[in-house]
Write a protein that binds this ligand. Structure first.
Ligand code: NDP
Length: 455
């Protein structure tokens, strides 16, 4: 696929980027592998961490410029782009400050002698990343791997080449050596060749199930570690004792943030029957107040979807859901204006035999379900192929905690939307993927946890 910047607010082509050839890929792998075998990667962590500190400072000092690039390229509201950029600096700083402790040797008590586990880099890692958080997704891979000493070759989504290039420049400017992070504008076939290459020892992918299963199969074929962060169909459960005002406010944000294109967005609203009408009325009112428009306009509260394809897919999904019995309670179609805008939408009456029941809607479409009790809420929540995040709203924290333990996902937030922070692990179960990013867990995905025993 051609790497292009197209403004999703009007579908005007801004710039085309030249793809990298196989010779470029070979040169990138050679450089990355040479770095892996160098003292920089294999030696003391202290020599690598200053790059992350510098990178964090650079990002902070250029935050406005970077935020505009993201908003223009994939349609994120400018305020949300600023938030994403700030989070990237936080992640870089977090690993700069904590990676040494995370990768310190861990002692084991054993009758076989003095035992400990050391953490060593494993080699070049291939990262395949999506457009929805065009800087954050890259930082989640770069920061832990740079700290650990793994060079990364990265294939970003073809619709965000400007973000890909800007990020690579920043990493270089922060003082990373050649090969620490190489951006490649390449095809899926080239990704497959890279994964097969013996110099590459891991593959990290965030994106669709389809891409995830292809890349993971390629990694498995060559006996290489992979991590997958795929889609989700997260629940937002509102119990009868919830603070409704708060639940509505956070729920609307949880569904509409990033125009609904978030793997952990609240997609299925499961509300206790005692408060269902009240919740739906207030939720609908909030959707009615949404201001659709240019993502660079500070007053806009809902921007476009990232591409024409994304708009077509979502439109088809909603039409199909309705054909199979769902009711459009609010919205339901593309906005009549240039660009890839879709109305904030609420679907009700979705039965289990409606394909929509199991589908992820990657856009501003909320599914609304009513339940009689906690057990029913948990059954509905777990009746999903996905298992990424989820939210439970209740003023009875013990009750919410019990429910959180029963939900089959990698993350649950109580009285908050599924969120992310540098210090918290991020990832899922079931068809949402495996492995964790961020936190102490994320940095240990692509390291050799080597046991040494002295008898
Ligand atoms: P994709 O999974 O197609 O894209 C994600 C990344 O994977 C891109 O860099 C893409 O490259 C690459 N890719 C796709 N197929 C392959 C392959 N066979 N081998 C190697 N790399 C590949 O996601 P889309 O952008 O098409 O979005 C489709 C759906 O995926 C969404 O509707 C949503 O459900 C899910 N998604 C989930 C995300 C998450 O955060 N978990 C993020 C984005 C999407 P290229 O751009 O060149 O095709």
């Amino acid at each position: 696929m051609a790497y292009q910047t197209v403004n999703p607010a009007n579908n005007k082509l801004i710039k085309e980027y030249k793809s990298h050839t196989d010779a470029d890929v070979e040169a990138a792998l050679k450089t990355a592998d040479a770095l892996y075998h160098s003292e920089w990667a294999k030696g003391a962590i202290e020599q690598r961490l200053p790059v992350l500190h510098k990178l964090a400072d650079l990002i902070d000092s250029r935050s406005e410029e970077l935020a505009k690039i993201a908003s223009q390229e994939m349609g994120k509201l400018i305020e949300q782009s600023r938030g994403e950029v700030k989070l990237c600096a936080q992640i870089a700083r977090y690993y700069a400050d904590n990676a040494k402790q995370f990768l310190a040797p861990v002692k084991y008590k054993s009758e076989l002698g003095d035992a400990w586990v050391e953490h060593h880099p494993i080699g070049v890692v291939m990262a395949v990343e999506p457009w929805n958080f065009p800087f954050y997704q890259l930082m989640r891979v770069l920061a832990p791997n740079l700290a650990a000493g793994n060079p990364v070759v990265a294939k970003h989504a073809s619709i965000v080449p400007h973000c890909a290039e800007a990020f690579a420049h920043l990493v270089r400017e922060a003082g990373a050596p050649d090969g620490a992070w190489t951006n490649l504008f390449i095809s899926s076939d080239q990704v497959a060749k890279i994964i097969a290459d013996p110099r590459v020892q891991g593959a990290a992918l965030t994106g669709s199930e389809k891409a995830g299963s292809v890349v993971a199969a390629q990694a498995a074929k060559h006996i290489k570690k992979s991590t997958l962060e795929l889609g989700g169909n997260d629940v937002f459960i509102v119990l009868d004792d919830a603070d409704l005002k708060k639940a509505v406010k956070i729920g609307v944000n949880a569904r509409l943030n990033n125009a609904g294109q978030v793997c952990t967005a609240a997609k299925r609203f499961i509300v206790h029957e005692k408060v269902a009408d009240q919740f739906l009325t207030a939720f609908t009112e909030a959707f009615r107040e949404v201001k659709i428009g240019d993502p660079l306009d500070e007053k806009t509260t809902l921007g476009p979807l990232s591409s024409k394809d994304a708009l077509e897919t979502l439109t088809k999904q909603v039409n199909e859901a309705v054909k199979n019995g769902a009711k459009v309670h609010f919205g339901g179609k593309p906005v009549e204006r240039e660009g890839n805008f879709f109305e904030p939408t609420i679907l009700t009456h979705i039965s289990r035999d409606n394909p929509a029941y199991f589908e992820e809607f990657f856009g501003p479409v909320a599914q609304f379900y009513v339940v009689k009790n906690d057990d029913e809420a948990v059954s509905l929540a777990n009746d999903s192929n996905y298992g990424l995040g989820g939210a439970v709203f209740s003023q009875d924290i013990d009750r919410a905690k019990k429910m959180a333990s029963r939900i089959e996902t990698g993350m649950v937030y109580i009285n908050w939307l599924t969120d992310t922070a540098a210090e918290l692990p991020f990832g899922g179960v079931k068809r949402s993927g495996y492995g964790r990013e961020l936190s102490d867990l994320g940095i240990k995905e692509f390291v050799n946890q080597k046991l040494v025993v002295v008898r």
